[in-house]
Design a protein around this ligand. Structure first.
Ligand code: HEM
Ligand code: SF4
Length: 285
């Protein structure tokens, strides 16, 4: 049976939705990056740039430089947010403890989940991360995107957040890292009304259901993991957005016992494809 979306799907066009020009998007040279120093001394954090592996510190510095070179009216939160984030991490290394306060409740109208509140406990030192809330954005089944969509959310998050994101969090969601409370509603409006994109789960609600790539690309799939993930995500919308449980709860869908989304390890209810009965061979084929 062919897949049928529950609502008509818009085709997003980056050229119609974009915020930044090409010049703004590539606004520094590799030479400038080499000589770039952020405003805090971060010797221990910089240790994490060494070695052959990708480094979130190196990535964050790129973003910090990029924000330095954007003009003031092109960012809705402070330009220093990435630099302060790295500065506070160094302070945590020095003190041997975190400098994030416990989140507390922060969210968008009508939802009880999807936004995780974060506040610095040293805002006088790092004012641009006084608030640094995380948004969980519900990934599509098996995490398929086109570049129009990805570029559009990158622009949105540069404009209204820190520009830092995590593709994907361990929850499966796209994670937008760090914004101020005032930005939550505008981001939520843009995501839901313009981009047809919902927030994911957090707190004591149904967490964002997640599935393996399944029959979209894998020969092992014994059932349609994407279809089931999509159906249950819609069926349990209320539970996803309004925490009603005493604790979090998660569904995961693996098409076979290879368990690529780790449904056994990381879900409360695991769906794992298996053979229904004896293996049958079509001798005519
Ligand atoms: C007439 C003799 C043989 C035939 C027709 C045959 C055929 C095949 C075929 C069709 C495959 C599957 C390839 C695939 O994954 O697409 C295979 C896999 C394999 N064969 Fe053979 N084979 C024969 C003999 C042998 C012998 C003598 C050995 C070892 C001493 C052997 C060891 C293996 C192994 C280890 C695999 C890989 C299994 C796996 O990792 O899934 N085969 N063979
Ligand atoms: S769990 Fe099985 S069906 Fe799903 S992607 Fe992994 S190997 Fe394929």
């Amino acid at each position: 049976m062919a897949f049928e979306p529950r609502e008509p799907q818009k085709e997003l066009k980056y050229d119609e939705l974009r915020i930044y020009t090409d010049e703004e998007l590539s606004n520094y040279t590799e030479e400038e990056l080499k000589n770039f120093k952020i405003k805090h001394d971060i010797p221990d954090v910089e240790e994490l740039e060494k070695g052959p592996w990708p480094s979130f510190v190196a990535d964050a510095k790129r973003e910090a430089l990029h924000r330095r070179k954007l003009s003031d009216d092109r960012m809705m939160i402070e330009r220093d947010v990435v630099e302060d984030l790295l500065g506070q991490l160094q302070l945590s290394f020095d003190d041997g403890e975190t400098h994030w306060k416990h989140g507390g409740i922060v969210g968008v109208f009508g939802y009880g989940g999807g936004v995780i509140g974060r506040y610095s406990d040293v805002p006088e030192k790092y004012p641009s991360i006084a608030h640094f809330h995380t948004l969980r954005v519900n990934q599509p089944a098996s995490k398929f995107y086109n570049s129009d969509y990805l570029r559009t959310i990158c622009d949105l998050w540069e404009y209204r957040g820190s520009g830092l994101m995590n593709m994907h969090g361990s929850t499966g969601d796209i994670i937008f890292l760090g914004t101020f409370t005032e930005q939550l509603e505008p981001i939520f409006y843009e995501l839901t009304h313009v981009l047809q994109q919902d927030l994911g789960g957090s707190g004591s609600n149904l967490r964002t259901p997640s599935c393996c790539v399944g029959r979209a690309r894998c020969e092992w799939a014994c059932f349609d993991t994407q279809d089931m993930c999509y159906e249950l995500t819609h069926y349990y919308q209320d539970e996803l957005h309004r925490p009603a449980f005493p604790y979090k709860f998660k569904f995961k869908f693996d098409g076979c016992p290879n368990c690529c989304v780790a449904s056994i390890a990381r879900a409360d209810m695991s769906f794992i494809g298996t053979w229904r009965d004896e293996i049958r061979i079509d001798q005519e084929a």
